[in-house]
Design a protein around this ligand. Structure first.
Ligand code: C2E
Ligand code: MG
Ligand code: MG
Ligand code: MG
Length: 292
């Protein structure tokens, strides 16, 4: 292995290595133009109240509609956006677009939804973050209480003191904070108690193995119990089956999202879902008054 030969050895030339590198460079250049060429898109995945099976929020999930590659998933370009710093303008676009969409739904007369937006490490650490979030809210007119920022557990554990400081600053704007992918990032209970968050999201990796795998079941039960004692809301990610939903309900998990309810969808498809839900609610209310 090259590493064993010491720092000064030249790596042998491998064509595939070079291809990887130039591929990455090309993708980086294309990503730089993706914003101005309007190739970025937000999909939205419903967040559901598990007891009532009602949509109470959505999570914005970024997609890149690449002219040759088709729809590219965030896992395939967010790391690159982080490395190049492009995540800062992209993140700003995500925030503004998501807040604007939340306002569009409110203006259609639909019941207000919580809008969840993911923040990555570099975005969270940059000094302009508070202004970005405040700017997205004032530009779109969305009230801060509807915006929920998702921070991964591993991001928060990198530098706990400055994470808490940044979180406190965000809280003064009135937005809510969630810990995403919870259970994968080794946070201790004492930190959890100091983080000014209102919600934990149980990582889909645990939910996937419910209810059969006893280890996953124990972890999920423990996270739910801990959330309740710390007075945090708890959301299960990646619910795909009826059995997973039943387990989560039995153990009083309040909210969830996953393919069982809906995949992430373009805004217009979510509009249709929300309108159908509002109609059903109205019909139910009418039936109730008629039978009273
Ligand atoms: P995440 O925030 O934990 O999002 C959950 C991921 O699980 C999403 O993948 C979603 O499509 C997927 N998912 C939802 N339900 C199910 C299910 O039932 N089964 C399975 N197998 N998967 C499910 P996606 O959209 O590919 O996003 C991946 C990650 O990329 C996100 O993880 C988030 O960390 C990041 N990401 C997405 N959008 C943004 C963004 O706008 N900004 C930043 N910084 N990161 C983003
Ligand atoms: Mg998330
Ligand atoms: Mg997650
Ligand atoms: Mg994730």
């Amino acid at each position: 292995v090259a590493k064993d030969k010491g720092r000064n050895t030249v790596q042998p030339y491998r064509p595939e290595m070079n291809a990887d590198h130039s591929q990455r460079l090309k993708l980086g250049q294309e990503l730089r133009h993706a914003l101005q060429r309007e190739e970025l898109e937000l999909f939205y995945q419903p967040q559901v109240d598990l007891e009532q099976e009602r949509i109470i929020g959505v999570e914005a999930l970024l997609r890149w509609r690449h002219p040759q590659r088709g729809l590219v998933a965030p896992g395939d370009f967010i790391p690159l956006a982080e490395d190049t710093g492009l995540i800062v303008p992209i993140g700003e676009w995500v925030l503004t677009t998501a807040c604007r969409q939340a306002m569009i739904w409110q203006e259609l007369g639909l019941p207000p939804l919580k809008m969840a937006v993911n923040l990555s490490a570099r975005q969270f650490q940059q000094p302009g973050l508070i202004d970005q979030v405040a700017g997205a809210l004032t530009q779109t007119g969305l009230s801060a209480e509807y915006l929920d920022l998702e921070l991964t557990e591993s991001l928060l554990m990198r530098d706990v003191a400055s994470a808490i400081e940044a979180m406190e600053a965000l809280r003064t704007l009135g937005v809510r904070l969630s810990i995403d992918d919870f259970g994968t990032g080794y946070s201790s209970l004492s930190y959890l108690q100091r983080f000014p968050v209102s919600q934990l999201k149980i990582d889909g990796a645990f939910v996937r193995n419910l209810p059969a795998q006893s280890g996953a079941a124990a972890i999920v039960r423990a996270i739910i119990a801990m959330s309740k004692s710390l007075q945090l809301r708890v959301v299960a990610e990646g619910i795909e089956t009826e059995e997973q939903l039943a387990f989560l309900r039995t153990h009083q998990c309040e909210q969830g999202q996953g393919y069982y309810f809906s995949r992430p969808l373009p805004a217009d498809d979510i509009t249709a879902l929300l309108q159908r839900q509002a109609r059903t609610a109205r019909d139910d209310a009418e039936t109730a008054t008629r039978t009273d």
